[in-house]
Design a protein around this ligand. Structure first.
Ligand SMILES: [Zn+2]
Length: 124
C-alpha cells in the first residue's frame, strides 16, 4: 500500500501557466516513467491513487474525464464545452452540420453563409 501523502506528492505537480495538453503529456510521461520502474500498471495506478487500467489507458492516449482521476494526475477539471455556433448544441467532435455540402452559394442558407464568412470558411 502507498500512503496518501505519497499519492499527493506524485499526483499534484501542477504549474498553472501550462495548458491542459502540456499537463496531460506530463502526466503520461510520469505514468510511463513509473511503469518503466515498476513494470506493473496496477502498482503505477496505486501510486497515483487511480485504477491500474486507467493508468494504462491515460499513458496510452485516453484523456481522463472523472474529476477525481484528473485531480490525482494533476490535471485541471474539465470546464464546460462551448455551444456550437452552427447547430446550437454542445458536442465534443466536429460539427456534423458544418460538413453538410450545399449545392451552390444560392442554395446555402443566409445564416450558414454568414457563419462561413465570419469564420473564414470556404463555401464548399
Ligand atoms: Zn455543431
Amino acid at each position: 500500500m502507498v500512503s496518501k501523502a505519497k499519492k499527493g506528492r506524485l499526483g499534484a505537480i501542477v504549474n498553472p501557466s501550462q495548458n491542459n495538453l502540456q499537463l496531460l503529456e506530463e502526466a503520461r510521461r510520469r505514468l510511463k516513467e513509473r511503469y518503466g520502474i515498476l513494470n506493473n500498471w496496477a502498482l503505477v495506478g496505486e501510486e497515483f491513487g487511480i485504477p491500474g487500467g486507467t493508468a494504462h489507458a491515460v499513458a496510452h492516449g485516453r484523456e481522463p474525464k472523472k474529476p477525481e482521476t484528473r485531480k490525482a494526475l494533476g490535471l485541471p477539471e474539465l470546464g464546460q464545452a462551448p455551444i456550437c455556433p452552427i447547430c446550437n448544441v454542445v458536442h465534443t467532435k466536429s460539427c456534423r452540420k458544418s460538413r453538410y455540402k450545399y449545392k451552390d452559394l444560392f442554395s446555402t442558407p443566409v445564416e450558414v453563409l454568414l457563419f462561413q464568412l465570419q469564420n473564414r470558411r470556404s463555401y464548399n
